[in-house]
Design a protein around this ligand. Structure first.
Ligand code: HEM
Length: 508
């Protein structure tokens, strides 16, 4: 019976694939240029069985074989992979509006309550309103300065913890991930009260979300049968989103009750995102849009999920690269001693003077871009890239990882050499140098960039200035990478700290 069912299912999938293929080809019209080249796959499943588990290497090997633009059929979905700065420019700048759409997975669509958040929404008025509020908070110096204390208190807790483990092996990678989630949660709603128990529940749900978002799902490769939800991903995500909703509702309700009380007259540096957004309603002079309850909840949860793992994985990789490059480690610590002084902790105002540290961070973004294929784009209409047709609805993967390691662009691309970013004309990551795009580019460039830049620099500087670090067995650290929701170190960094500052009371 099971075999019969499977056979029937395969037959339906075959018929649907043929229908889809014919329809897609027909839509291109007679005179359109050809589709990009690409490997042949099997009927129905396309190239899926050959993808293997190492997507970075597989898509980069295919680039070496088929060139900077190639297609892949993954089930009934067409994906196009782009691996050259000039073609990236065509997509992200020259045809920005056409390619500003996303192609959310079933898990992503459910998580974003029907693509109603900033990440997955089409570029419509609701997306613009949410992005505007987010950008104001995370890009203006005043917005960033207003929340400094919220970052500082969580980081200082982590430094205190490491101090208590001096001389012992510390799971640095794990610690950074935990601290980063705490920091971002604090930035969102931690300014005034907020129940700790709910924060812990939120964290658990957040990891469940990351797990479901990263899980390969048959429904994404065969959209026409996605209603069957064969793996139950949609159902599970629906449940998580409902629970998340309840927690966010209670944070908002709690804060609304406090509105107008003396508690809400924030101390300098403790203004959280929730408070800022709620105050928008009262501030008639603000040019920022007032967000609906659903928009506010979406923003709160996506900032925690978008802003935590990305920044944490960068700090984890940077520490590991420095442990493997003693000269760079000496250089960055010397700069910290000169700029900050051995009897002070790092403060955010020191950051603009830490040029070598900034080069270390850029070099880490180059070698280990946290979002190695960007968040996939999808064209709104049939279009042309290079000399090829890209049909409407294609999933566009930009292979940032391979561009960042291309020997025709970078000298000794596999080596960790922060010095390459010390020159005045070195590439920046603000979306203008298409050979270096860890935050993407164009109208959908990461809106959290300035906040991320500050958090990564502040974290890394603080851990490196407060402690000397060495690996457990004196050997080089394994730098293997795993692609999940972000690019992570397969084995998070473990290292042994020794206090470095002259005044022990600074740690407590
Ligand atoms: C090291 C840290 C981070 C990295 C490397 C990173 C990277 C990215 C990338 C590559 C994209 C896709 C851009 C594109 O499609 O062109 C993106 C989008 C996004 N990021 Fe980040 N991100 C980081 C931190 C953050 C933080 C801290 C926040 C929140 C404050 C954030 C919020 C978002 C949002 C909301 C989007 C979707 C934007 C849109 O679709 O309009 N990210 N990020």
């Amino acid at each position: 019976m099971d075999l019969l069912l499977l056979g029937a299912l395969l037959l339906i999938m075959l018929l649907l694939s043929i229908f889809w293929y014919k329809n897609a080809s027909w839509n291109l019209g007679g005179k359109a240029p050809a589709l990009p080249p690409g490997p042949r796959g099997l009927p129905i499943v396309g190239y899926l069985p050959f993808m293997g588990s190492d997507m970075l290497r597989k898509l980069t090997d295919l680039y070496h074989k088929y060139g900077p633009i190639y297609k892949l059929r993954l089930g009934s979905k067409l994906a196009v992979v782009i691996t050259s700065p000039s073609l990236v420019k065509q997509v992200l700048r020259d045809q920005d509006l056409i390619f500003a759409h996303r192609d959310p997975t079933v898990a992503g669509f459910t998580y974003s309550r029907g693509a109603k958040d900033v990440v997955f929404s089409p570029p419509n008025s609701s997306w613009r309103a949410m992005r505007k509020v987010l950008v104001k908070e995370t890009q203006s110096s005043s917005g960033l300065d207003a929340s400094y204390q919220l970052r500082k208190e969580q980081l200082r807790k982590a430094i205190g913890y490491v101090y208590s483990k001096s001389g012992e092996a510390v799971g640095f990678g794990e610690l950074v991930f935990q601290t980063q989630v705490n920091v971002v949660m604090n930035l969102m709603w931690g300014g005034i009260g907020s129940e700790e128990r709910l924060g812990t529940e939120f964290k658990a749900l957040n990891s469940e979300i990351s797990h479901l978002l990263a899980k390969p799902n048959v429904s994404d490769f065969f959209p026409l049968i996605s209603w069957l939800d064969l793996q139950g991903v949609k159902k599970q995500m629906g449940k998580v989103v409902d629970s998340l909703d309840k927690i966010l509702e209670s944070f908002i309700n709690e804060r609304e009750k406090l509105s107008g009380s003396s508690l809400v007259k924030n101390e300098v540096g403790r203004k959280d995102f929730l408070q800022t957004v709620l105050e928008l309603k009262e501030n008639k002079d603000s040019d920022l849009p007032t967000l609906s309850r659903d928009q506010l909840k979406s923003l709160l949860s996506e900032i925690v999920s978008g802003g935590s793992d990305t920044a944490a994985t960068t700090v984890d990789f940077a520490m590991a690269e420095l442990l493997n490059s003693p000269e760079a480690m000496r250089e960055v610590q010397k700069e910290l001693s000169d700029v900050v002084g051995m009897s002070n902790m790092v403060e955010e105002f020191h950051l603009p003077k830490l040029h070598y540290l900034k080069a270390v961070i850029k070099e880490t973004f180059r070698l280990h871009p946290p979002v190695p294929f960007l968040v996939p784009r999808s064209p709104l209409q049939n279009s042309t890239v290079g000399e090829y047709t890209i049909p409407k609805g294609t999933k566009i993967l930009i292979n940032v990882w391979a561009i960042h390691r291309d020997p025709s662009i970078w000298d000794s691309p596999g080596e960790f050499k922060p010095e390459r970013f010390l020159h005045d004309d070195a590439a920046d990551f603000k979306g203008n140098s298409f050979q270096f795009i860890p935050f993407g580019s164009g109208r959908r460039i990461c809106p959290g960039l300035p906040l991320a830049e500050r958090m990564v620099a502040y974290f890394l500087a603080s851990f490196l200035h407060s402690f000397d670090w060495k690996s457990e067995d004196g050997k080089k650290l394994d730098m293997s990478e795993t692609v999940g929701i972000v690019l992570a170190k397969t084995n998070p960094t473990v290292a042994i700290p020794t206090p470095r500052l002259t005044d022990a009371s600074l740690y407590i």
